[in-house]
Design a protein around this ligand. Structure first.
Ligand code: FES
Length: 574
């Protein structure tokens, strides 16, 4: 029987000058002959960076992946791509998600890689790497870095992100001293790993597991737990098999996979950012997926995972309660998942959950004792957001889900910071805070500022939540009655641009409606007087981003990046 040849053979196979060029330089690290015998070459795409604290343990984790690749008879080659540290990058790591996806795509295609392990952790690293790999369409597996251990401070548990927002408001309201705020810093983040709340990193780690692109346990095993190393090693073994079986990423990321992911997002109380990222990934693969699918498949799915920001516990608790497999088993029992969808380990979703158990029904609630019955992400439309916007009901206040109030408008994030705590700000607890200019083009990069901190004077009165509307995103760790991703955004002349102080806005989450109660004639008058803001930068990458980025309902990807471009290298220089 003829031996199967892989893509990398085009580089390493020829017994001539061309093969010499490709092999000889790699031999400078002492590579034995047999590594060039036609075995699968596995790229390990690593987002390690000391500037991305959540991914700073990835050197060790990559060694575990390599061990698995060697064990299965592959040849691993690790390569870096730009990393995205949510906690430190300015103006917003989202500005660079598409750039990293290009880095990943071109790095995979240009090199002798037959299959790839994507090492991800901090928020944007997951979608960026999956988007890039999707556009190449080779066999791929995701290995997430895992969440940090639970935060601890003065005898209580701290959730990364979630408690930062809470502390910020407590300090403003005079309930917490700045000394305590500083003292809490080292208690919040105690180990390697990503945010241990059900923020965007955890949501995306669960999403890739739900879609079948990662091994069971990937969604929740804590970074310092030995199981995380084992997952990495097993992924290294498995990717070699996927190459031999020619299971491309497009065979895994089918429409059914996305539907499963939407339902799982609802059940775990996942981040609103998952909406944008999943749509962007789907568009890379040509899988039809839009905002309305989030309502269609996520509505009425109970949120059963009792984790911050919607609930009380953290990822460590979730993992030891049974993790995503326990949640999926409960969803499967109600026929809410495509159980026969095949995942990267060769088993179906049903097969992966067969032995799952729920070990703590306070952390993973039974369906009939859910945190909220209407989980998922509510997609709202109306004359304020013709192309849609989103709200996470599980993180919002039930008494604000139907609300009418007058707009208090901030024209930019700078305007918001200048005036939000001014004693003479004309605002009360029924007002609706409106922030413009924070969409994909406007900021640019759609930062996580939608969960605007409330005015200090209302916090001091004991107000804990208000309706907030913007074209921005919010951190998956944040909470509140926050309406996000308004499309079209203000910077391209969406109706958000024309809201004025004192306008009445009406929200009805049950009816999925968000309306500006201003007549069409008046809106036309305001539109005619409006001029689009110029790009914040005239040249460089930010200008490129501004010119190509699409709106939030399209995943905020660049239009020219949609689709699969494949793994063929059009030309060879030597
Ligand atoms: Fe990296 Fe939250 S800052 S996951």
């Amino acid at each position: 029987m003829n031996k199967k040849t892989f893509r990398s053979s085009k580089w390493f196979g020829p017994k001539d000058k061309d093969g010499f060029l490709k092999r000889s330089w790699l031999r400078n690290r002492g590579v034995p002959d047999e590594y060039f015998d036609g075995r699968p070459v596995i790229g390990i795409c690593n987002t390690y960076s000391e500037l991305t604290p959540c991914n700073a343990h990835f050197r060790d984790l990559a060694e575990r992946v390599k061990r698995g690749v060697y064990e299965a008879g592959g040849y691993p080659l690790e390569f870096p791509v730009m990393s995205l540290g949510e906690s430190v990058m300015k103006p917003s790591p989202m500005l660079f998600r598409n750039l990293v996806s290009m880095d990943v795509e071109e790095s995979i295609r240009a090199n002798p890689i037959d299959g790839v392990v994507l090492m991800v952790g901090c928020d944007k690293t997951t979608p960026a790497l999956v988007m890039g790999a999707a556009s190449v369409d080779l066999p791929s597996i995701v290995v997430s870095g895992g969440p940090m251990l639970n935060g601890r401070f003065k005898g209580r548990t701290l959730g990364s992100g979630t408690d930062v927002w809470r502390f910020g408001e407590d300090v403003k309201a005079g309930r917490m001293s700045t000394d305590d705020l500083f003292a809490a810093e080292s208690g919040m983040h105690r180990s390697a790993g990503s945010c241990m709340t059900m923020g965007t990193a955890s949501s995306m780690a669960c999403m890739v597991e739900a879609m079948g692109l990662a091994l069971p346990g990937n969604g929740s095993a804590p970074a310092p737990d030995a199981e995380r190393n084992m997952i990495a090693q097993m992924a290294g073994r498995r990717i070699v098999d996927l190459v031999k079986e020619d299971v491309k990423i497009s065979r895994i990321l089918t429409r059914e996979a996305f539907e499963n992911a939407i339902r799982t997002t609802a059940a775990i109380g996942g981040s609103t950012n998952a909406v944008i990222h999943l749509i962007a990934i789907a568009r890379r693969l040509g899988v039809p997926l839009d905002l309305s699918d989030w309502d269609k498949f996520g509505r009425d799915i109970p949120t059963v995972v009792n984790l911050m920001p919607a609930g009380e516990y953290l990822m460590e608790d979730f993992h030891y309660a049974g993790g995503l497999q326990a949640v999926n088993k409960a969803l499967l029992a109600r026929e809410l998942l495509h159980g026969d969808h095949v995942t990267v380990n060769g088993r179906t979703v049903t097969g992966n959950c067969a032995e799952a158990e729920n070990y703590n029904e306070d952390v993973i609630r039974p369906m009939d004792k859910a945190l909220t019955d209407d989980g998922g992400i509510a997609v709202l439309r109306g004359n304020l957001a013709p192309d849609g916007c989103v709200l996470k009901p599980s993180a919002a206040s039930p008494d604000l889900m139907k609300h009418k109030g007058k707009a208090v408008v901030f024209e930019s994030i700078e305007d918001y910071h200048d005036r939000i705590d001014a004693p003479d700000l004309d605002v009360d607890k029924n007002s609706i805070l409106v922030l413009k200019g924070c969409g994909p083009k406007g900021y640019p990069g759609m930062p996580e500022v939608g969960n605007m901190s409330l005015p200090a004077k209302l916090l001091k009165e004991g107000v804990v939540d208000m309706v907030r509307i913007s074209d921005a995103r919010m951190s998956g760790t944040a909470y509140g009655t926050v309406i996000l991703h308004v499309a079209p955004e203000a910077a391209v002349g969406g109706p958000l641009a024309f809201i004025e102080n004192g306008d009445q806005i009406e929200l009805d989450v049950d009816a999925r409606k968000l309306d500006l109660l201003v007549s069409d004639e008046e809106l036309d008058r305001r539109r005619a007087a409006w001029t689009p803001p110029p790009p914040r930068m005239e040249t460089g990458y930010q200008r490129l981003y501004h010119d190509h980025v699409e709106q939030a309902d399209k995943g905020a990807d660049w239009g020219i990046l949609s689709g699969v471009r494949g793994s063929e290298v059009p030309r060879d220089s030597h």
